[in-house]
Ligand binder design. Sequence first.
Ligand SMILES: Nc1ncnc2c1ncn2[C@@H]1O[C@H](COP(=O)(O)OP(=O)(O)OP(=O)(O)O)[C@@H](O)[C@H]1O
Ligand SMILES: [Mg+2]
Length: 246
Amino acid sequence: MSGTILYLDGVSVAFDGFRAINDLSLVLDRGEMRAIIGPNGAGKTTMMDIVTGKTRPDSGEVFFDGQIDLTRHDEAEIAMMGIGRKFQKPTVFENHTVEDNLLLSLKGQRSIFPALFYRSSAADRRRIDDILGVIRLGARRNEPAAGLSHGQKQWLEIGMLLAQDPKLLLVDEPVAGMTDAETFETARLLKDIAETHSVIVVEHDMHFVRELGVKVTCLHEGSVLSEGTLDFVSSDERVVEVYLGR
Ligand SMILES: Nc1ncnc2c1ncn2[C@@H]1O[C@H](COP(=O)(O)OP(=O)(O)OP(=O)(O)O)[C@@H](O)[C@H]1O
Ligand SMILES: [Mg+2]
């Protein structure tokens, strides 16, 4: 398992007897970006809930970064170990500048070590510059986040995740509500991030998924229905029947 950043095997969870996740197995290689598709209620978000410790599976194995058993850790511990999650709705601090939003998210406990603050601030500024470049917001750094478009707020929140230096990023429906241009740019942005991080992206927008150009997993009724290239998955009759042919 040493080459895998995320390993799920035989995972199930039921809510009031309904199996939202049903014997799910999924392996993500270190450094891989994967797109997850599937109909509403397929279990995509619940899968992320399990990985991040928000929901505890009834059965099955969930390992992160080789041999860390995620079922033995809570949400805060899992976040600290390097799994960052982007929820659908952006939750940036509207009244703070773009740059301050990123500074507030930087990993570290500078308030407890004031002496370290000055030593690390040059390095912090470099990191902020890097992140601003990745999220295409360098020119907006001194403006309040409130003035950003919906798409730019999503990018800023992705930047806030990056500031915490995660090994694995989980991104749930990032392009919902974005313009076509923002959607296209988000695919490029995530590809940039995927050069140095492992990423799981859940999305219904097939143009966006095609733009990502990565391996696709289609979930249905809590387990994997089909997996492979987008061309392979989208020509799979079962996928057409339950999802793409709607
Ligand atoms: N905490 C919960 N309590 C009860 N039922 C839940 C809970 N979380 C998820 N479910 C149910 O599990 C099923 C899977 O939901 P989930 O949100 O994972 O689907 P999804 O694939 O993310 O769908 P969508 O594409 O609509 O976001 C749904 O039937 C949902 O109602
Ligand atoms: Mg969902």
